[in-house]
Ligand binder design. Structure first.
Ligand SMILES: NC(=O)c1ccc[n+]([C@@H]2O[C@H](COP(=O)([O-])OP(=O)(O)OC[C@H]3O[C@@H](n4cnc5c(N)ncnc54)[C@H](O)[C@@H]3O)[C@@H](O)[C@H]2O)c1
Ligand SMILES: CCCCC[C@H](O)/C=C/C=C\C=C\C=C\[C@@H](O)[C@@H](O)CCCC(=O)O
Length: 268
């Protein structure tokens, strides 16, 4: 039987806004039992929680103020969800910040370290060989993982690191033992606050943007639907591109081939 959100307990980091918030809404619309969303933005989190509780009832959604760079806060947030709901089925790591290299430490801490800490916590809770029920961890990367734009070398490197970490961990921790799928989605430009930190068209016009072929950023809805499609069908260790309002494209073979070529060089 194919995967459905029905009765699932879900945790989304960076879930108060943008693509994370879109996912929170969609999981609930698709009948998830409970969606916990973690974010540093208290105002947006509380507003979204009110909206969701009015629409879906008081028990189905919970905002937890949490900075993913703080291991204690993150541990507490996972514990709250587990204590209350006794299981965790899906974790989406969507929290991220973008900026120029003056923000390097924050980007590394949030985009990479936060994703790593959350993934390892999720895996330890969900893994079937340690009493969990299995599940899926989706790490949100970017087309910038493959080709950076001007001023975004650190951001792009964090997204490359998320991709590599997720694939290496999926290799290390066999799905047949853990029953936890670890999946990477690389999004193209998507119409959220993060994108509008700098005008996309200027970025594209400068000839360095990976998005230069796209005239418009994709809709949040396309990114969200793409991620849900990926959860429905992706194997552990797979990599997917969701861009230009197209359906999710499996690029696992391309990524593996590029690493096969690189690892051949190390056989000296
Ligand atoms: N929008 C795009 O064009 C685009 C393209 C490719 C990839 N992505 C990726 O998609 C994901 C979602 O981005 P978005 O576009 O929805 O951005 P967004 O800025 O709308 O949402 C990101 C959320 O993360 C939260 N956040 C930031 N720091 C945090 C922290 N320390 N702890 C907890 N939460 C924190 C923010 O408050 C915000 O609510 C990110 O991983 C981003 O890198 C976005
Ligand atoms: C010599 C020029 C100096 C200009 C400084 C410049 O304006 C600094 C910008 C700093 C950060 C801007 C980031 C904004 C990026 C977004 O528009 C977008 O391109 C992010 C892409 C997200 C993604 O695709 O993953």
């Amino acid at each position: 039987m194919s995967w459905t959100a029905d009765e699932k307990v879900v945790l989304v980091t960076g879930g108060a806004a943008g693509i994370g918030a879109g996912l929170v809404r969609e999981f609930l619309a698709k009948n998830a039992r409970h969606v916990a969303f973690l974010d540093v933005s208290e105002k947006e989190g509380a507003t979204l929680e009110r909206e969701l509780r009015n629409k879906f009832g008081a028990l189905r959604a919970k905002f937890i103020k949490c900075d993913v760079t703080d291991e204690i806060q993150l541990g507490d947030a996972f514990r709250q969800v587990l204590d209350k709901h006794r299981k965790l089925d899906v974790v989406v790591n969507s929290a991220a910040v973008v900026g120029d290299n003056s923000l390097c430490k924050t980007m590394i801490d949030v985009n990479f370290c936060g994703t790593v800490t959350s993934t390892l916590k999720a895996l330890s809770i969900m893994r079937a060989d340690a009493g969990g029920c299995g599940g899926a961890i989706i790490n949100v990367s970017s087309l910038q993982a493959f080709k950076s734009s001007t001023c975004l070398s650190v951001y792009s490197a964090t997204k490359g690191a998320v991709l590599q970490f997720s694939n290496f961990l999926a290799d290390e921790e066999s799905y047949s033992t853990t029953k936890v799928r670890i999946i990477t989605v690389c999004l193209g430009p998507t119409d959220t606050a993060l994108l509008h930190k700098r005008n996309l068209n200027n970025s594209a016009k400068d000839g360095h943007g990976v998005s230069s072929r796209a005239s418009e950023p994709q809709r949040v809805e396309s990114a969200v639907n793409g991620i849900i499609e990926v959860i429905q069908q992706a194997e552990s260790g797979s990599t997917w591109i969701i861009a230009n309002n197209n359906i999710a494209r499996d690029v696992t073979m391309n990524v593996r081939e590029s690493f096969r070529i690189l690892s051949d060089i190390t056989d000296v």
